[in-house]
Design a protein around this ligand. Structure first.
Ligand SMILES: NC(=O)C1=CN([C@@H]2O[C@H](COP(=O)(O)OP(=O)(O)OC[C@H]3O[C@@H](n4cnc5c(N)ncnc54)[C@H](O)[C@@H]3O)[C@@H](O)[C@H]2O)[C@@H](O)CC1
Ligand SMILES: Nc1ncnc2c1ncn2[C@@H]1O[C@H](COP(=O)(O)OP(=O)(O)O)[C@@H](O)[C@H]1O
Ligand SMILES: [K+]
Length: 500
């Protein structure tokens, strides 16, 4: 279940379901039942439940949950935002099946309850919450009671993970069919609390028919493209990664990228840069080769001598970064551009785009964090959610974009995008991004396509950080990769996934 559906894609699936023999009423019954079951499982001691019911289908789910909870012996009251007569379609049907107490929302406070079920607004939120609805969620939030959100916390935009107005933070969110971007993108991810994805009987064929282009970043997304070493191969079959190293006193970043590339599976890795910098590298590395390049332009000759090389430029690149980028784009089979590249091309994304466009068949992966993304694009840069911005950036640059953070988005120029949810907070440490650039290059070197290499690298990076645990420094990440790869390979052998 790796597709992520936008609110409109989910509505499209709803519209298509009846043609496949699944009526809306069946879906709503199943959704409300899933909410009630989750409430009973998570809060078995809660005797009195207040259900906040909105004017649309989210409210309809709430009426079903109210009935199911009452049937299981709970004392339930519905606080309705709209009079029952105003409801339409399936929601009206479900409200009619509810025979327990219903109060106008302004008259029902969360006093004397143990749990609030938030079924005010879901995927149909059309504007910021105001008036009586905003007042009601304010009271629910202030009550300190646990909140179970139906589909998404009311007030949260399910597509963007942002809230334009008031929002009711949830302890637990029960959503249906597939995750939405807002469950994964911050601040939405935090506002959802724990997320339970319930199967409500939506046929897989209906979901497939919607043609989603956004995915959860899990091995299922890229496993079939993951490189398998040829038993009879030699090291150069697994590619050669060339890392441009800046000056003597800033070698760490390039070295982390080089180690990342080697652990990521490249057959050979070379650090190229000024001799003084290479002397520093020499004191630290053994498996990594060193190649003097007094000036970035020397990279042209080094790359010309290689049939297949992946270049990393940016980590600790220093002054010559633009020339090094030019040489890499001109001579490497694929490039990973990071860090200083975004400073060199600050406010000139079109200059970078034009250079990338000169060799359209050679994949380029760019790996900015939010600050670098803003620096590169400047005023007039891509707008909208993190997902929208990464997608638009990939389209504009003609490159695979890895927009890093706790909810890293990878976007391909072909429109596909993936959101990661496995990075622990201690991954936010100096040098972690350099290692990620290396992991990505190591996979590109083995022939993995750019979107798959970038998504796999991001996932492995998050897993490596979990493997190390709190206290992690970036130096730990390359060495943590073998354990992660071993686990990944054994789940592949079993045909499974290390995470669902
Ligand atoms: N396939 C699915 O995923 C299913 C979805 N279902 C539910 O259907 C929900 C979507 O239903 P709807 O499309 O009816 O949308 P909602 O129930 O989220 O809200 C739509 C209603 O709220 C009004 N509204 C929107 N923003 C408002 C605001 N700020 N202030 C006041 N009124 C506002 C709209 O005019 C409309 O009447 C999902 O979130 C989910 O809970 C379930 O019934 C089961 C099936
Ligand atoms: N709050 C967070 N939780 C999890 N991962 C994070 C968080 N913030 C940043 N990261 C990850 O940490 C890494 C930091 O990279 P970056 O900012 O480029 O650092 P550096 O340039 O020092 O290498 C990225 O992979 C990013 O996705
Ligand atoms: K809700």
């Amino acid at each position: 279940m790796i597709e992520i559906l936008s609110c409109s894609e989910m509505a499209e699936a709803d519209r298509r379901a009846p043609a496949e023999g699944v009526a809306g009423e069946m879906l709503m019954e199943a959704a409300g039942r899933a909410v009630a079951e989750a409430a009973l499982a998570r809060w078995p001691q809660a005797r009195r439940v207040l259900v906040l019911a909105g004017p649309g289908n989210n409210g309809g789910d709430g009426y079903v949950a109210a009935r199911r909870l009452a049937e299981s012996g709970r004392t339930v009251a519905v606080a309705a935002l709209a009079p029952v007569e105003a409801l339409r379609g399936d929601a009206a049907v479900m409200a009619a099946r509810w025979s327990g107490p219903t109060l106008p929302i302004g008259e029902a406070g969360p006093v004397d309850f143990d749990l609030v079920v938030d079924a005010l607004f879901g995927a149909g939120l059309a504007r910021p919450l105001a008036g009586v609805a905003a007042h009601a969620i304010g009271r629910a939030a202030d009550s300190g009671l646990p909140v179970l959100a139906v589909d998404v916390p009311s007030g949260l935009n399910g597509d963007t993970g942002a809230a334009a107005g008031a929002v009711l933070p949830a302890t637990l969110t029960v959503t249906f069919v597939r995750l939405k971007p807002g469950h994964l993108l911050y601040p939405g991810r935090a506002l959802c609390g724990e997320v339970v994805l319930a199967d409500i009987g939506m046929p897989g064929s209906v979901v497939a028919g919607v043609g989603a282009r956004t995915f959860l970043n899990r091995p299922a997304l890229w496993r079939t493209a993951f490189p398998e070493p040829n038993p009879q191969g030699h090291k150069y079959d697994r590619g050669h990664v060339l890392v441009w190293s800046g000056p003597e006193f800033a070698t760490g970043a390039a070295r982390l990228a080089a180690l990342g590339a080697a652990r990521g599976g490249a057959g050979a890795v070379t650090l190229a840069g000024p001799a003084a910098a290479l002397r520093v590298h020499a004191a630290h590395v053994s498996a990594i080769m060193l190649r003097p390049a007094a000036r970035p332009d020397d990279l042209h000759a080094i790359l010309a001598g290689r049939r297949f090389a992946i270049a990393i430029v940016g980590p600790g690149a220093g002054d010559g970064v633009e020339a090094a980028t030019d040489a890499a784009l001109a001579g490497a089979a694929a490039c990973v551009l990071d860090a200083d590249v975004f400073t060199a091309f600050a406010d000139r994304p079109n200059a970078l785009r034009d250079r990338i466009a000169e060799r359209p068949a050679r994949p380029v992966v760019v790996t900015p964090h939010e600050g670098e993304f803003g620096r590169l694009f400047g005023q007039g840069g891509p707008a909208g959610s993190k997902l929208d911005r990464a997608r638009e950036a990939a389209r504009r640059l003609g490159a695979t974009v890895v927009l890093k953070g706790p909810d890293t988005v990878v976007a391909s120029p072909d429109g596909r995008a993936a959101i990661a949810d496995n990075a622990p907070p201690w991954l936010a440490t100096a040098g972690a991004g350099d290692t990620l650039a290396g992991f990505c290059a190591g996979l590109l070197a083995q022939g993995m396509p750019a979107f798959e290499a970038a998504t796999a690298a991001v996932w492995l990076h998050g897993e490596a950080a979990r493997e190390v645990g709190p206290g992690l420094i970036a130096d730990d990440l390359p060495g943590a990769l073998p354990a992660v790869l071993r686990r990944f390979q054994s789940t592949v052998a079993e045909g499974g996934d290390s995470q669902p």
